[in-house]
Design a protein around this ligand. Structure first.
Ligand code: ARG
Length: 468
């Protein structure tokens, strides 16, 4: 098995003392993470600067070395940002790429940076900082989306549409009420990212390889410098858990489910058979063969994003399951999953916010649909309970007979004559027509959280105050 090409630079410069030969080319390929973990460069440099400053403050390295390291790292940062940093696969990952380049720039002091630290606490720190930023991005994205849904709700707080169960017309609701249902869901998503952020905001830095270090480091100082609330209390835990990433992915998955359901409704509502909404040109595509087509591609893609986001979540759970403490290289497989899930979640949030902002709800279409399908049958039954004193079960039965009668005549409930109604139940009077309109129906549902426009407006006000 020695006939594969080997890396020509004999041993690795970071640990070469013990090795006579470089890695097999395939070993290098499976081992390297620089192809993706270069995304952590800013976090890596920030963490190293905090670490070097702390080492000097503690008298572990000299001030002049710390100064050279701090400045050299800024040079590395600008090289990466300018796109002329020499990323090298042989150097495996972002941590060793940065450190090796630092050595080329500042020489000997670079070798002192890794004192009292390991790549294990380094990567845990970098990745926490990165995921923490993504929580902030998700929170921002959700706020924008909630604002877009709130504007829709406000414009149509009393626009009537059919409410569905089993996708069968059930009872009339308002457009505002339907939009506010999503505001509640996205609001819980937002708080999940806030909770996850608060829990992950502890610093692994200084846990070193796994057991802590004999150097007199100051973990509170580095935690503070990196915006963490405190250092993590157990060094084994600090380097070996990725629950913060799992929490982020879990929150992202739940959020993606909500996005997917709204996307599905937009797909249905924009179809020729529904026409409850019209999507703006900005969020539609045409067909290369059927000139009449207007496809809701963005909504369909948002509907699909849950596939890869949940896939990433399952992948990382599976990687972490059964790993003994502390660090194992398996954990290098955490990053691509989280990167992909985060990128796609942010894109889906932005696309949904944009689509909702530019969406036109077709009030007349929705109202006409709300009146069809005997959607006020429950109101009729409730009238029989309230005004004629029937037990609800009997009222349900009588109403069922009235629906059957209307259906047989091909008319709506409100089109039956009083005489026809009385033929089913004698206690019915003219008053009953007052509850049959869809507007009466929604206005009557004043229970807290119900669809009455007053209730919907109260919720809109509460959310606007909450976001202000
Ligand atoms: N690239 C590695 C990762 O992402 C960094 C940590 C390597 N640690 C080690 N002991 N080999 O997990």
């Amino acid at each position: 098995m020695t006939d594969r090409p080997q890396n020509k630079d004999a041993a690795n410069s970071m640990w070469g003392g013990r090795f006579a030969a470089g890695p097999d080319a395939i070993m290098e390929a499976i081992n390297a993470s620089i192809g993706f973990d270069r995304r952590l460069y800013a976090q890596d440099i920030r963490g190293s600067r905090a670490h070097a400053a702390m080492l000097a403050a503690q008298g572990i390295i000299s001030d002049s070395d710390a100064k050279a390291i701090g400045e050299g790292l800024l040079t590395v940062l600008s090289e990466i940002e300018a796109g002329d940093f020499p990323f090298r696969t042989a150097l495996e990952d972002i941590h060793m790429n940065v450190e090796a380049r630092l050595k080329e720039i500042i020489g000997e002091p670079a070798g002192r940076l890794h004192t009292g630290r390991s790549r294990n606490d380094q990567v845990a720190t970098d990745f926490r900082l990165w995921v923490r930023d993504q929580c902030d991005a998700a929170i921002e994205g959700l706020q924008a989306l909630i604002r877009a849904a709130l504007s829709q709700a406000e414009a149509g707080a009393d626009w009537v549409m059919p409410g569905f169960t089993h996708l069968q017309t059930a009872q009339p609701v308002t457009w505002g009420h339907h939009m506010m249902a999503y505001v509640e869901m996205f609001g819980r998503d937002l708080s999940r990212f806030q909770d996850a952020r608060a829990r992950m905001n502890e610093s692994p830095l200084g846990a070193a390889a796994l057991a802590g270090t004999g150097y007199p480091i100051d973990r509170d100082a580095t935690a503070r410098a990196l915006g963490f609330d405190r250092p993590m209390a157990n060094s084994l835990d600090a380097v070996s858990d990725r629950d913060f990433a799992l929490e982020f992915l879990s929150a992202a998955s739940i959020c993606a489910v909500h996005l997917s359901r709204l996307a599905e409704e937009l797909v249905i509502w924009s179809s020729a058979q529904f026409r409850f909404v019209s999507m703006s040109d900005k969020w539609s595509t045409g067909s290369s063969i059927m000139p009449q087509k207007r496809n809701p591609d963005a909504a369909e893609l948002i509907r699909a994003k849950i596939g890869r986001i949940l896939g990433a979540t399952v992948a990382l759970f599976t990687v972490m399951k059964g790993l003994p403490l502390a660090y194992s290289k398996d954990m290098q497989e955490d990053k691509e999953q989280v990167f992909d899930a985060a990128d796609n979640l942010m894109l889906a949030l932005a696309a949904m916010a944009g689509m909702l902002s530019d969406l036109t709800a077709n009030r007349d279409k929705m109202e006409a649909a709300a009146s069809a399908g005997f959607s006020t049958a429950t109101d009729l039954a409730d009238w029989l309970v309230r005004e004629a004193g029937l037990p609800f079960r009997d009222a349900h039965h009588v109403t069922g007979s009235l629906v059957a009668l209307a259906e047989s005549k091909g008319v709506d409930l409100s089109d039956l004559t009083l005489a026809q109604m009385k033929s089913v139940h004698d206690a019915i009077t003219d008053d009953i027509f007052g509850v049959l309109g869809v507007h009466n129906s929604v206005a009557s549902r004043q229970s807290y959280g119900g669809t009455a426009p007053d209730q919907v407006r109260a919720q809109i006000t509460r959310w606007k105050e909450k976001l202000a």
